[in-house]
Design a protein. Structure first.
Length: 266
């Protein structure tokens, strides 16, 4: 029997596109919703590094691996497949914070995709790193990527100046790579124009990933002593003028007071 027009249309639009934040890099740190979506997807697409981090969830799905620099191609493939199947596009950390949500939605908009799209959040590096340092991010903060691949350095420099001058707690993403050796030192030089050398700084590597996870607590005046330790898997958290280091019996914490001490006696 020949298919009716409505049946053909149903087939053409039966898929759904999920853009899934997988968190810092371990399945245990993902949301339950994110895990369920990946387990039940027909296709799972993503950067190979992130797919490796969720390997235990991959079995019956068709897995399409990609790599850094192929984000647009990956987004186009996800949009194409979503017309006929349930597709999960995975994104490291959160889907919005330097994640895949933007480019996937731009491509979907350009293609006029009419299937359902759902964006699932994930724990991003600033929050994963903050949890390892104690309480550095409990008030206003700014997140700035030092990668000038898509954002010109003069724009990054302007943002560093303004955020540091306003004394935001600051998180620096993508501080250093093989091709970008000087951006981290340039950023610290700018920030030191506005913040005291005594301001606490936390460096977190592979936050909440388990393997290779590490942390350093230091100050803005001494952070360049740790420059060789910094790479693309490192997130830098710089406190504000009220932030302090608390040395407990087991490790150092960074505390940024929110202001309760001004209102309550404790």
């Amino acid at each position: 029997m020949a298919e009716s027009q409505s049946q053909s249309q149903d087939k053409a639009t039966k898929g759904k596109l999920y853009i899934v934040g997988i968190g810092p890099g371990s399945v245990e740190q993902m949301t339950i919703r994110a895990r369920d979506v990946i387990l039940n997807a027909d296709y799972v697409l993503g950067n190979g590094t992130y797919l490796d981090q969720i390997a235990t969830l991959l079995g019956t799905q068709e897995v399409i691996r990609s790599y850094m620099g192929k984000e647009v191609d990956r987004a186009r493939k996800a949009v194409e497949l979503a017309k006929i199947a349930n597709v999960a596009m995975v994104s490291g950390g959160d889907t919005n914070v330097y994640g895949m949500a933007g480019i996937v939605l731009e491509v979907a908009e350009h293609e006029g995709l009419e299937v359902d799209i759902e964006v699932l959040p994930g724990v991003t590096a600033i929050l994963a790193g903050a949890s390892m340092l104690g309480a550095p991010v409990v008030t206003d903060f700014a997140v700035i990527s030092l990668s000038d691949l898509l954002t010109p350095w003069d724009v990054i420099e302007k943002r560093l100046n303004l955020a540091a001058e306003a004394d935001f707690v600051m998180a620096l993403y993508n501080p250093k790579s093989r091709k970008r050796q000087s951006n981290f030192s340039r950023a610290i030089e700018i920030i030191r124009h506005y913040k005291a050398d005594s301001v606490p700084v936390g460096l977190i590597k592979n936050a909440l990933r388990g393997e290779g996870e590490d942390r350093i607590v230091t100050t803005l005046g001494k952070v360049m002593d740790c420059e060789d330790w910094v790479d693309m898997s490192t997130t830098i958290l710089i406190g504000n003028g009220d932030s302090r280091i608390w040395s407990s019996q087991k490790k150092d914490f960074i505390i940024t007071p929110r202001g309760y001490h001004k209102k309550y006696d404790y």
